[in-house]
Unconditional design. Structure first.
Length: 65
């Protein structure tokens, strides 16, 4: 019973993910400018997170000394 419910939930989540991915790919074709802006926003977030991680590791190193 538990396995059946679990597999149904897992399957429904996979369907939702596929739908989202398909919609994003379609939107990239229909509206490439919007897609480019979205990619730039994602890239800037990743850059900020990387910078934050580097600063955290530097601060950890300094605090241990």
């Amino acid at each position: 019973m538990l396995v059946k419910v679990y597999s149904e939930i897992k399957k429904s989540l996979e369907v939702k993910r596929q739908k989202r991915r398909r919609e994003e790919k379609e939107m990239a074709v229909v509206n490439p400018e919007r897609n480019a802006k979205r990619k730039l926003k994602v890239a800037s977030k990743n850059k900020a997170n990387k910078k934050r991680r580097i600063m955290r590791s530097k601060m950890d190193r300094w605090s241990r000394s």
